[in-house]
Design a protein around this ligand. Sequence first.
Ligand code: URA
Ligand code: SF4
Length: 226
Amino acid sequence: MAVAPPRSPPDRALKTGPHAAREVAAGDRVPASLDEVEAGIQVCRRCDLWRDATQGVPGEGAAHAPLMFVGEQPGDQEDLAGRPFVGPAGQIFDKALAEAGVPRDRAFVTNAVKHFKHEPRGKRRIHKTPNRGEVTACRWWLDAERRLVRPRVIVALGATAALAVVGKATPIGANRGKPLQLPDQAQGLVTYHPSFLLRVPDAAAKARAYAEFVEDLRLAGELAGV
Ligand code: URA
Ligand code: SF4
């Protein structure tokens, strides 16, 4: 009996061919709701990262959350789950949020870049930092989430998020913990990326960075009134 070849998922089939232009156009429409952001991300072709990812990962959380957290991009587990910060970085983030007294369900959690950039190493998929072009392309979606959620406070987690949120390189060490005014009526804060906290080699430095991270989350919660 002949076995039918596996079918590509519909969005992959649109890589080329007559439908490509239509799908790009769909991704170009200014999204009017978070549902449209989610749908748009799945057909987005603004950069090439969709090609090797399982799916796009939109932000999630309260629709008009006073507080928004922006990470870098989905990791391996987020790419599979379709949800932000559910892997190892998400676990340390959740722990720090709990210590800071900030309920995650009062926040909107998203990423600067919505598709997982990675390269294969054996059976594993190793994270690759998105480049400036990819961050710029994907700001279309982050800016839409900002417009739709309208948070009072936006916290950038790590340098990639800081670039996306502030619009220019903003070194974390020199700028963390200091509120800065963003053009969209929101206050901005930059702090460490949770994965960075997992990688600090020296135990004392690691504990210090984690304590600073909790302090920054606490300040964010206070500024946002959560
Ligand atoms: N790291 C991020 O920046 N975002 C995620 O969603 C997961 C890991
Ligand atoms: Fe589009 Fe962002 Fe995905 Fe690039 S990473 S394809 S800009 S959603």
